[in-house]
Design a protein around this ligand. Structure first.
Ligand code: ZN
Length: 480
């Protein structure tokens, strides 16, 4: 069965870079793109199904390189100094934050929001704030099952670390536990191997030592070796807090990036998410030429998720500097909502501010990062582009409407004026998942209510203990 989508603006690819076909079309058959060009081209195949998307942008699906995939605890931290309780008593207990059924609601809700946010491939993150040395395999498996059910392409991992902490009087007490760390690591390997056996292109895996700060040298080295042996990506949170700099200098006598370089794990299968605090003096200066060279020469990928830390007032310095240095950058939504278009816009604004240059963070480079950049980090040359033989992952975005303004360049309209509310259709692996702004076959209202009820319940648990996260920065709420 062949389907032709008539644009609009079709973002094609010439083997090297994106090119736009105005009033162009794309044709796919089963899971693959078979033609991109103009409908009057004699090469354009005959089709069975026609989708009218004139005036819209027909884009390759976006690759969300680091994406929160659980009911997020971050709403309680916005404009508050609230902390997770993480008591010593909790730390030494065996409790799990959610039941199996609750993990299912959390996974399904998150995946639905990721699809609505424009990502056709997502690399899952489940929060460790509510966990100790790793997550339960059931949580990861629930993400896999719900991804299969909803039809998105995902990269899944079991998190692990061998350093964890509990809070004591506003102080973090760190605990290194080799036995529990190794147990979580081995569980992660078993989980990744089970996915590799699946042989389903929608379901992929990576290895996820959770942060460089909470993994010992030994664990990072082992993780790198196993990721190479299994030929899967390796990803970790990196240089996201000041505390990592202090901790790394104190314990290893060097900066976080020097540490990874000396461990010999900088590599093109490694993605470092964030890469913000790099210097001993705890300021966010421009990434130095020496560090740019480390990243460039090893092919290490950077994942940029600006929204989550801009909410705390800081961010990468800078996106454009990494791009100009030939370093591969992908984009991720490390918070809610997982709106990849909004994340692109924020990338642009942050880059301009950091570089004090309005030419910095241009729409073209950012669009490349959210498509080709993410694909490169995952070692996939069949994603992030509309090109014959590539996967039919397609997003149709209504960029021509009164709210989004008039179109000069469709990519600038997308990055500067649009957001995920403008996503009309999502096709993943040749299957239409979202049509006319709604996920096909899903009762979105019912799922939303289930998730809200779950959140209300979770925040009252001892671990979070939030009856109400309102404070002097919010309005008084009256309930009947
Ligand atoms: Zn994260």
């Amino acid at each position: 069965m062949k389907t032709l989508i008539q644009g609009g603006y079709v973002v094609g690819y010439n083997g090297k870079e994106h090119i736009i076909f105005e009033n162009g079309c794309v044709v796919y058959e089963n899971e693959f793109i078979i033609f991109v060009g103009f409908p009057h081209d004699p090469q354009c195949p005959n089709y069975d199904i026609y989708i009218d998307a004139t005036k819209s942008l027909i884009s390759p699906g976006f690759i969300n390189l680091h994406c929160i995939a659980n009911i997020d605890i971050q709403p309680i931290f916005l404009d508050t100094k609230k902390q997770i309780v993480r008591s010593k008593e909790w730390f030494n207990s065996n409790s799990n934050i959610m039941t199996r059924k609750e993990f299912d609601i959390s996974a399904r809700y998150s995946i639905a929001s990721i699809i609505k946010g424009g990502s056709t491939t997502f690399c899952a993150v489940t929060a460790m704030g509510t966990k100790k040395y790793g997550n339960s395999t059931y949580e990861s498996q629930s993400l896999v099952d719900n991804s299969i059910d909803l039809g998105i392409r995902g990269y899944f991992a079991n998190n692990f670390q061998d350093i964890s902490y509990y809070n004591l009087k506003n102080r973090k007490v760190f605990k290194h536990d080799k036995i529990l760390g190794d147990r979580a690591f081995n569980k992660a390997i078993t989980f990744s191997k089970s996915i590799l056996k699946n042989n389903n292109d929608l379901i992929n895996t990576f290895l996820f030592p959770y942060t460089t700060e909470t993994c010992t040298n030994d664990l990072l080295k082992k993780s790198y070796k196993v990721s190479k042996a299994l030929d899967i990506p390796l990803r970790t949170h990196f240089a996201q807090y000041k505390s990592e700099i202090e901790y790394t200098y104190k314990n290893y006598g060097k900066s976080p990036l020097e540490r990874l370089k000396d461990l010999d794990i900088l590599d093109n299968n490694l993605t470092l998410t964030h890469c913000i605090y790099l210097n001993k003096n705890l300021t966010i200066e421009k990434i130095s030429n020496k560090y740019l060279k480390y990243l460039h020469d090893t092919g290490t990928n950077i994942c940029h998720c600006p929204v989550v830390y801009l909410r705390k007032g800081y961010g990468l310095n800078s996106f454009q500097l990494l791009i100009n240095s030939g370093i591969n950058v992908g984009i991720g939504t490390d918070t809610v909502p997982p709106d990849i278009i909004n994340e692109m816009q924020t990338t642009s604004l942050l880059s301009k501010i950091k570089d004090d240059d309005y030419m910095s963070g241009n729409a073209r480079e950012i669009y490349n990062s959210a498509t080709l950049g993410g694909a490169k980090a995952l070692n996939r040359n069949d994603l992030g582009r509309l090109y014959k033989g590539c996967r039919a992952d397609i997003v149709i975005i209504n960029i021509s409407n009164i709210r989004t303004g008039l179109v000069d360049d469709p990519i600038r309209s997308l990055v500067y004026y649009s957001n995920s509310k403008d996503i009309k259709t999502v096709i993943i692996n040749g299957k239409m998942i979202l049509d006319n702004y709604k996920i096909i076959g899903l009762d979105e209202r019912e799922l939303y209510n289930e998730a809200q009820n779950l959140w209300n319940k979770l925040k009252r648990k001892k671990l979070l203990n939030v009856k109400q996260s309102l404070n002097k920065n919010t309005f008084k709420m009256i309930r009947v």
